[in-house]
Ligand binder design. Structure first.
Ligand SMILES: C[S@@+](CC[C@H](N)C(=O)[O-])C[C@H]1O[C@@H](n2cnc3c(N)ncnc32)[C@H](O)[C@@H]1O
Ligand code: SF4
Ligand code: SF4
Length: 449
């Protein structure tokens, strides 16, 4: 009696007009079959002994056991080929080690984006001093992070930035990273970034001055391009972060092309969040569900198209479909409390930058708390690491929850006042996944049983 390998317990099953698509969210496998195939898959869930399964199939389909066995072998081969079978690991939520420490080194920023969710502009009086920043970096190192990403505000507005980068790399042996709009990059700083192998994330919200500068202010695009030239002259590695809003939708594909042209490693796409200065703008900046479906679909295609270009397209809504989530299936779709820790400009410790200023989600402050203690004992960190889409009231019964992961919980909290509520993206996500699954149910891909 042979033991059959199990199908992934958490998977997506979607059907249209008698055609069924199964998606394996662990490693992105997809399998399209007919009604009989779906029935056999259901039977495979309940029987892992091959001989007994063959007999059950023969009885249900009214065929002889030899034919049932032959068909099952062929069907199972296809399930393997389409990456639907194989051992999937479960994720272990207990006290993971974060890779990234995000550290806001200032709130000062000369870009003054219309949509800035941290409401940056002027320096604030309670900003961490250089000494306090070094101590926070020490605490992050003690916690075990390997990368320290400086953010803000714009880190380039801090005169002591080269010393902070030096400290991260030379004193602590960690990798420094920066998120910036690169408006004021000097040759000296570019040289320093090259020397210390700093990973630079450049925020660019359009591939022309018109679209980018609508959010990031007149003249920003040209200054960013000048900064990129300096980075390239010094061989500094960089990626782009593009925040999709109603005004830059037409630039999505071009942005990928621009990334390739300028030598970026990645272009990461996310949708505008209604917090900080963006909160008041609402309808005027948020793309419609149809527009977001179009955007995610373009990015899905781009991911295939740029495979050999050296550039990666990052859009978390496509990752589960294209590459799978490994052992993160069912987890919340972000790394809050698992892969990163966030410290604000005044030392507050929060799960992610969207919780800036929320008292209920301020876990402590580096002036009087040890990051490692907060990481190990905070119930809010525990919430983020242990909650899965199965636990969220609004998502529990959703058919695509293992692709989606339940949407951004900070967004749900900011919009609806509860982390158990639906997030503002839900309609887009549900419609997009259903659309792509409907398209997957095409006769030409069917493996009949
Ligand atoms: C707050 S900024 C700080 C670092 C730096 N000033 C910059 O712009 O890269 C960090 C990232 O948040 C993004 N961001 C700002 N406001 C946003 C919003 N309303 N929704 C989504 N992302 C936003 C920015 O585009 C940027 O990539
Ligand atoms: S998003 Fe970044 S660049 Fe824009 S205002 Fe906020 S901190 Fe400044
Ligand atoms: S699509 Fe909506 S309901 Fe479904 S898991 Fe995502 S956020 Fe939750």
């Amino acid at each position: 009696m042979a033991q059959l390998e199990a199908l992934p317990p958490k998977r997506i099953h979607h059907s249209k007009d008698g055609v069924h698509i199964f998606v394996n969210p662990y490693w992105g496998g997809k399998f399209v079959t007919d009604d009989q195939g779906a029935l056999v898959i259901e039977m495979m869930d309940h029987e892992n002994d091959e001989d007994r399964l063959v007999q059950q199939i023969a009885d249900r389909l009214n065929i002889n056991p030899y034919e049932a066995a032959a068909r099952l072998v062929a069907f199972t081969e296809q399930l393997y080929k389409r990456r639907m079978l194989g051992q999937a690991e479960g994720f272990s939520p207990d006290n993971p080690k974060p890779d990234f420490g995000f550290l806001e080194v200032t709130r000062k920023c000369d870009t003054r984006c219309r949509l800035c969710y941290v409401d940056s502009g002027r320096e604030l009086p309670d900003t961490l001093t250089a000494e306090e920043i070094y101590k926070t970096i020490d605490q992050m190192a003690e916690l075990g992070v390997e990368n320290i990403a400086l953010t803000g505000g714009d880190p380039l507005t801090r005169a002591d930035l080269p010393d902070i980068l030096d400290y991260i790399r030379k004193q602590k042996g960690l990798r420094p990273a920066i998120s910036t709009s690169l408006l004021s990059l000097t040759r000296e700083l570019a040289q320093k970034m090259a020397e210390l192998d700093v990973a630079v994330q450049i925020s660019l919200d359009g591939c022309t001055p018109e679209t980018n500068d609508w959010n990031r202010g007149q003249g920003s695009f040209e200054k960013t391009m000048a900064g990129i030239q300096l980075l390239n002259e010094h061989g500094v590695v960089f990626r782009f972060a593009f925040v999709i809003n109603k005004h830059n939708l037409p630039d999505i594909k071009e942005m990928v092309a621009l990334g390739i042209e300028l030598g970026a490693r990645e272009v990461a796409f996310g949708k505008v969040k209604l917090a900080g200065r963006a909160a008041a703008l609402n309808e005027a900046v948020v793309p419609s569900t149809e527009e977001m479906i179009g955007a995610y679909h373009q990015l899905y295609r781009c991911d295939f198209d740029v495979k050999n270009s050296g550039l990666k397209v990052r859009c978390k809504h496509n990752q589960a479909l294209l590459a799978g989530l490994d052992n993160r299936v069912g987890c919340l779709p972000c790394g809050a409390g698992r892969t990163f820790v966030h410290v604000t400009y005044n030392g507050d410790v929060i799960p992610c930058s969207l919780f800036n200023g929320c008292r209920d989600f301020t876990l402590g402050n580096v002036h009087h708390d040890r990051l490692t203690d907060l990481w190990q004992s905070s119930p809010i960190f525990r919430y983020f690491r242990q909650t899965t889409a199965d636990d969220i009231g609004a998502c529990r019964d959703c058919p695509v929850k293992y692709l989606c992961g339940g949407g951004c919980r900070a967004d749900a909290y900011l919009g609806a006042g509860s982390t158990d509520a639906v997030c503002s993206d839900c309609e887009d996500l549900l419609a997009y996944y259903n659309w792509i699954l409907d398209r997957g149910c095409q006769a030409k891909y069917i493996t009949a049983f």
